[in-house]
Design a protein around this ligand. Sequence first.
Ligand code: ADP
Ligand code: MG
Length: 560
Amino acid sequence: MERPASVVKELIENSIDAGATDIYIDIEQAGRRLIRVIDNGSGMTKEDARNSFLRHATSKITSDTDLEAIRTMGFRGEALSSIASVSQVRMLTAIKNAASGIMIGIEGGTNKSVADASAPKGTSIEISHLFYNTPARLKFLKSAATEFSHILTAVSRQAMANASIRFKLTHNKKQVLDLPPSQSVKERTFQLYGSEIAKNVFEFNGGRDGIEIHGLIGRPSYTRADRTYQDFYVNRRAVKNPSLTHALYGAYDNMLMRDRHPIGFIFIEIDPSLVDVNVHPAKAEVRFRNQAQIHDLVRDVIREALQGRGEAVRVERADRVKEAMAEFGLRNADSQSESKTFASSYLFSHPNPPPREGRYNSAICNLQPEMLYPLTQIHDSYIIAQSQDGMAIIDQHAAHERVLFEKLQDQFGRGNIPVQHLLIAAQVELGPSQGSLLSEYMPELNKLGFIVEDFGNGAFMIKSIPSLIIGADYKQLLLDVLDEVNVHGNSSKMGELRDGILSVMACHPAIKVHRRLDQKEMVTLLDDLFQCRMPHTCPHGRPTVVRFSMDEIKKMFKRL
Ligand code: ADP
Ligand code: MG
């Protein structure tokens, strides 16, 4: 039990095991002050309630044949006792039609009070002052924002795996989630993550040899900047297993663009005796008896689902279609309108003076003269350039990202990111957790030139954007920015978060691979790149330029 979220997870699992249809979770101070879980499940008899805090006091194994289940399902009767040993617990529980229920108070693992108490059928458990007697673990806890985001993730996963259960979650008395019972995982996705995600996923199922794989996967054309929307469940328990993640990416194979991640909520139903959940104390990691078989099955079922829907479009093709549309949009767009497509306009509307006359560009790199003369572009993706002592290959997308990133940084540093007001605001629908994340970071985003208005009920309007990113897909950009905030936001280093957001912004409108550049565009791009402070990597740390000296080239041809 290393953090409040693990406690929340165990308590919710118990409520689910008890057959609850309503589970209400109240959190205060990210779980340090209070974790309260109230359910309408079976409740406990007085005797069971007294025993429930004893180590290995599980009621879920009643016969020898269940022994297998001990090992496989992780019913070890340890959660309540270990929680009770590091906190103050108050439990109120009653079974159906009981004359009275029972209230038990425990502090640091020792009984403080037991009394009859009237209670509705079900169980309510309050954990206060978690880790009060283990200062080392208290110290290990991260910021409240981080710990709460772990709790939110834990609750969201349980909610996905149990769509028909009503969940409510409050934090410091403010409602965070209110999920009415839903008919399907898809509907639950909508409740949890908003329409944007829900409309880009579809249901799938398949399997063989008694193993069933089902769930939701994202359209390959709709991907995310991180893995937030990937969860795996084995027999309805959220698990981690690198081989499953690998299988998911394997299914999407060449459909994904670099650094993009598919959405996948994947459920595996399998005979529990084929799974070992006890490799991890919190039952979070699983191992399969036949890891390779499960891997291939997951990959194949998802791949077939993608192909069956005609979703399996190779990236290049998808990209070319987009590009063609962008080009078409440019020709047909009113030049005054902000809808002008960025893809092919950036380099021409470039604010910098045109490159100097002459064969070589004037780029300066770290005060050393850098003479790169672009010769050609290969596969519409890489620029081949002659350098003074050899040659260089430039990744045009990475290079452009670097250029935009530093421009945004400079503008921010000068205190004025020029902003473009959108004539037609872009609307985004967000789920509760994303919505509150956005609200929380709104002031920071405003400083970065993003003006977003909250229209209530999860609807947000993007009103203004930094001028430099005109033409990007603003909705997608905002979602990626939120993913970035999710990852970095909890670190106290605002500068890092800001750079993270700026690099996401830079990535979006940056010229993509598979875009033809003419000579003038190539020269301008290289010129801009070598005026950057760190021209040799993109903001994500990948190289922008790879060089070969004449000596290296000669060696390759055995001339040296
Ligand atoms: P396990 O879940 O592995 O059995 P726990 O320590 O989590 O062990 O719980 C111990 C026992 O307490 C359970 O087996 C169950 O009988 C009882 N229990 C715990 N929480 C609840 C609940 N919310 N409703 C009904 N019974 C519960
Ligand atoms: Mg349990």
